[in-house]
Design a protein around this ligand. Sequence first.
Ligand code: FES
Ligand SMILES: [Fe+2]
Length: 391
Amino acid sequence: MHRSTDLPYADPDADWSLPGWLYTDAEYFELECARVIRPSWQIVCHESDLAEPGAWRTLSYLGEQLVAVRGGDGVIRGFHNVCRHRAMRLVEGASGCARKLVCPYHAWVYELDGRLTGVPMKRDYPALRLEENGLAAVEVETWRGFVFVRLEDDGGPSVAAMMAPYDEEVAPYRFEEMRRLSDVRERERRVNWKNVGDNYSDNLHIPVAHDGLTRLFGKSYAIEAAGWVDRMSGELVDRPSSDWWERFYQTHLPRVDHLPEANQRRWLYYKLWPNMAFDLYADQIDFMQWLPLTPTTSLLREMSFALPDERREMRLVRYANWRINRTVNAEDTWLIERVQEGMASSSYTAGPIGASEVCLRSFAAKIRERIPEARQHRAPPPGWSRRVRGV
Ligand code: FES
Ligand SMILES: [Fe+2]
């Protein structure tokens, strides 16, 4: 079933935000992980992180452990990182390279394409058929050089389809040729995962809560929602900021030949359904996802990429960018942790949502479409999700 984002009916709740109980309720959390996160694409890494046959990278979420690995034929495949014998974890850590995947428990051997080809004392297992015990596969999509996996297919769009409205805008950045600037950063946050995304595409808080971005963008910050993707942008103003690092960035950002004039001094942000975003700067791009851990905690996973550019000025500008955005992130963390506590307050149900808050509207509409109980301003009595699921 392909789900449209343009509802065929007027949403009676369109002018209301998602209610607070959706940010704390354990039953709702389980249902949401099943209906929203399991069927959505999650970024693992860049293709260049898996340059050689046998190179692998792992990703864990929702209690599932996955590994993306490049085969001898050059194809990148995704598997559950779980041995078919006694469920041992096959590869350990974030990344590595192997000729074959050999289980550390009893040395079963899997090829890079997932086939089980070696079992010590094979005749000892009456029920074992090698051809039926290859690694369990998961879907992989590569989009512009980035590798994504998903646990289930509910007919939702590919990353390429989600990004289609902005494909031309993104193309000149040449993601495919980019290389990692730094390792994956993972940080836990004491907030429900939706709180991170709501904040990411919340337009109204920029002039209130981000002095730095306001100095850098002036009044140019803009947002729009196009189906499965939100787009935010700001144009660097020429007036020198009063902050040293911001001023350094404004005055030293070098020209990059691959970008059109309009993008030289533009900061561009895209948020993809449901929990992934990337920030585009002329100097680098940052990818980030916010994975649910519990109803009230999430894991931020971030990575930075850029086209090779050894200019000293570029290195310093990238550092300035990091300094500026470190402050922005700290400001957002301060906000969302407090919002999370407020969501748990007995006084809070749902809040009104502004006509200009198009990204929050778009996200809330998709959640309500998948989980109609999300329309209720208070949590239903315990056990409601079992009734909904028919168990
Ligand atoms: S659990 Fe992997 S070989 Fe036994
Ligand atoms: Fe923010």
